[in-house]
Design a protein around this ligand. Structure first.
Ligand code: PHE
Length: 420
């Protein structure tokens, strides 16, 4: 989705946030539900027996709208956030520890919700407009026309409010079709946080409800940033999400740079009124665990989280936020350029999906290095550079040539473009 221009100005750690914001081409509530009493938090915590991972035929359904590849299917149920010694599990636990210390017993923790959700939950209940780009099959993985692999943990906000919970953290794997580089992977992990306030809470403060929620939100998240990163400077930027108003992004100054760490805001009142009960106000945030882990632990490539390599995993231990990744080796890259006349249907995400399907995690980056439109026939030529590099071994010319030949043949055939 990124143009050459936006690629150049993009900050290295700009991982996975912009999907719902105004800067990026974009990404639900239908029924109101009766209200019920809050279930005790303990019932909902850590019940991992709820549902087995889906079978392949449940995910790759053969329906016309299905756009899920084997490569993606294999990621479902891996749940890196369930591994206590994995950087993703360590960050999750560190955030839990912060909320437990600052508001003991308040937040219910849910980390095993099923990743296949309805388009209603993923989009409609979160007030994502019908024409929002995030609904496009170019951006989201559709199981069928009314079911997707959740593209954000916000997909669980409404249902969790309907369970009657007034403060919760939802962690899970989320799926997005995107371009390929060191900070983008089609599966990553998010944590959603929601806190609901009753009128007695804000009226005592003398502030109006929105101001009260916004202040509590900012203080809570600044505290979280400091818990994770030490005494860092924080700044707030206004942004847009369909499900919050006002909406903000938090940036921290870390290692000499401003880094965006999360998106948040005061929950749209309709979401709360329809799913919880009227007369309340709430805040919500969503953060990307890979992004935080990459910054905190100095992890240079997002594929490392999935590598399963002991040389990577052995460097991290539950509870240790001080670990810094020491590269064990850097194997040489292999670059392959491919130029073609594009077609109106061509999309970069489709190309990336195709290349990933063939090269798997050997693909480090796919980047548009040249594009021009011929004045003679008005056709546009794109040249993409594919970088292949293994995280744990040297590659041979033969294996990369074989992969690249297949990429070229499939690009011409499936993406209907003319190779040059
Ligand atoms: N769901 C948003 C995203 O994935 C993040 C977010 C969550 C923003 C909750 C505001 C409130 O980009």
């Amino acid at each position: 989705m990124r143009s050459i221009k936006s690629y150049n100005v993009r900050c290295v750690h700009q991982t996975h946030y912009p999907a719902f914001t105004a800067v990026r081409p974009n990404r639900n509530f239908a029924r109101s539900h009766s209200l019920r009493n809050a279930a005790p938090a303990s019932v909902l915590e850590s019940d991992r027996s709820v549902r087995a991972p889906p079978s392949k035929s449940e995910i790759i359904t053969g329906e016309a709208s299905n756009n899920i590849t084997d490569y993606i299917y294999e990621k479902i149920g891996v749940n890196l956030h369930h591994q206590p010694n994995h950087p993703i599990g360590i960050i999750k636990q560190a955030i839990y520890d912060y909320f437990e210390a600052s508001s003991p017993g308040t937040f219910s923790k849910l980390d095993d919700l099923y990743p296949v959700v309805t388009t209603t939950a993923n989009f409609d209940e979160m007030l994502v407009p019908p024409d929002h780009v995030s609904r496009s099959p170019n951006d989201t993985y559709y199981v069928s026309s009314d079911k997707v692999l959740r593209c954000h943990t916000s997909a669980h906000q409404a249902e969790t409010l309907r369970k009657g919970l007034n403060a919760f953290l939802v962690t899970g794997d989320v799926y997005r079709r995107d371009s390929i580089d060191a900070t983008h992977y089609p599966v990553f992990h998010q944590m959603e946080g929601v806190r609901v306030f009753s009128e007695t809470e804000w009226s005592a403060s003398g502030l109006d409800a929105t101001e009260f929620a916004a202040r509590d939100l900012k203080a809570t998240l600044e505290g979280l940033a400091k818990h994770l990163f030490g005494n860092v400077e924080c700044r707030w930027l206004d942004t847009y999400f369909p499900f919050t108003e006002p909406s903000y992004e938090l940036e921290i100054f870390f290692n000499g740079k401003w880094l965006e760490v999360l998106g948040c805001g005061v929950m749209q009142q309709t979401i709360l009124d329809k799913n919880y009960k009227p007369g309340h106000r709430a805040w919500a945030f969503g953060l990307g665990l890979e992004r935080l882990a990459m910054v905190l632990f100095d992890v240079p490539d997002i594929r490392l989280f999935w590598s399963g390599d002991e040389r990577f995993l052995s460097q991290f231990k539950a509870g240790d936020l001080k670990a810094r990744f020491k590269p064990y080796s850097k194997f040489p890259p292999c670059y392959k350029d491919m130029a073609f006349w594009t077609s109106p249907e061509f999309s970069e995400n489709n190309l990336c999906e195709l290349v990933r399907g063939i090269g798997g995690d050997l693909v480090e980056e796919v980047v548009l290095i040249d594009s021009f439109t011929s004045p003679k026939n008005n056709k546009t030529s794109n040249c993409y550079r594919i970088t292949y590099r293994s995280m744990n071994r040297s590659l041979t010319d033969e294996e990369i040539n074989a992969l690249q030949d297949k990429v070229r043949a499939d690009t011409a055939e499936k993406l209907k473009v003319q190779l040059r």
